[in-house]
Design a protein around this ligand. Structure first.
Ligand SMILES: *Cc1c(COP(=O)(O)O)cnc(C)c1O
Length: 269
């Protein structure tokens, strides 16, 4: 990007930049240690945090950032370096798909949960994009009313007409500009707090992924159109439980507070 663009973002104080370097380094090393050599992605969740914080982390080498709100993401993406990989992790309203799709360096939308949203994204994406947009289907593993996402699959409920299966097939067969990259869950706070036993939400997402992969393979769909080498990735784990998530097999962790500190705004998830 040009230096003219970068002047749109004021620099952080040296002290803030040091703090961010410290916490980012600590989280990265904990991720690395727990991942045990597996290739995992740390998404730095920067919602409500100023672009200057994002730029400081960028200058410390971080490239993957997550945002929950469409307008906030649009504004930040316009100001910040164009090689940032933006992950949209907020609730996706299908009428916002077009605005999201216009962000050239949008890397992934982790919260697709309807055919309408997938179709909206696919149709709105430009032919000029060099790579397909990664999408993850959000799964409501805890079954809480307040959480978005489709019902998980278990070996006994993994039926051909489950909504999740229908949506996955739709993305793979009918959305040429999307790549089904994996599944995402938020999980319940109580599961996250009960650290002495396996996290039920993480286990459920894994089971759902295994069932879905089996179904897609049986469909004999062209492997290149979904997953990484025919494997679907798992996006699970946040500040309070990313190590447990990585131990359970997570490929993508989304850490906000652990890097940027507490958020001070009402009404956030
Ligand atoms: C805010 C948010 C995060 C980050 O949460 P922290 O607890 O601050 O790490 C991760 N995933 C989603 C979907 C979020 O909304």
């Amino acid at each position: 990007m040009s230096s003219i663009e970068s002047t749109a973002v004021p620099a952080t104080s040296a002290e803030r930049s040091q703090d961010l370097l410290y916490s980012l380094t600590e989280i990265k090393s904990r991720v690395q240690q727990t991942a045990g050599g597996r290739d995992v992605t740390l998404v730095a969740v920067s919602k409500y945090k100023p672009s200057s914080d994002v730029l400081a982390c960028y200058n410390h080498g971080q490239r993957d950032f997550g945002e929950n709100y469409v307008q906030e993401l649009v504004d930040k993406a316009a100001q910040l370096p164009t090689d940032i990989r933006w992950h949209f992790i907020g609730t996706l309203q299908s009428n916002k798909a077009k605005i999201l799709a216009a962000i050239p360096n949008l890397y992934a939308v982790q919260t697709v949960a309807s055919v309408k949203a997938a179709s909206g994204l696919d149709k709105a994406l430009s032919n000029d994009r060099t790579a397909p947009l990664n999408v993850l289907i959000q799964v409501n593993t805890s079954g809480e009313d307040a959480k978005s996402g489709l019902s998980p699959l278990t070996p006994s409920t993994a039926s051909e007409d489950a909504q999740l299966v229908t949506l996955a097939r739709y993305i793979v067969t009918s959305c040429p500009r999307l790549r089904l990259q994996g599944l995402m869950t938020i999980g319940s706070v109580s599961e996250s707090l009960a650290k002495d036993k396996p996290n039920h939400d993480f286990e459920t997402l894994k089971e759902t992924r295994d069932s879905l992969e089996r179904i897609l393979r049986n469909d004999r769909m062209v492997p290149a159109t979904w997953g990484e080498d025919g494997k679907l990735l798992l996006s699970m784990g946040m500040s309070s439980d990313f190590e447990a998530a990585l131990s359970a097999g997570s490929d993508i962790v989304r850490v906000g507070t652990g890097i940027f500190g507490e958020r001070h705004k009402k009404g956030e998830s």
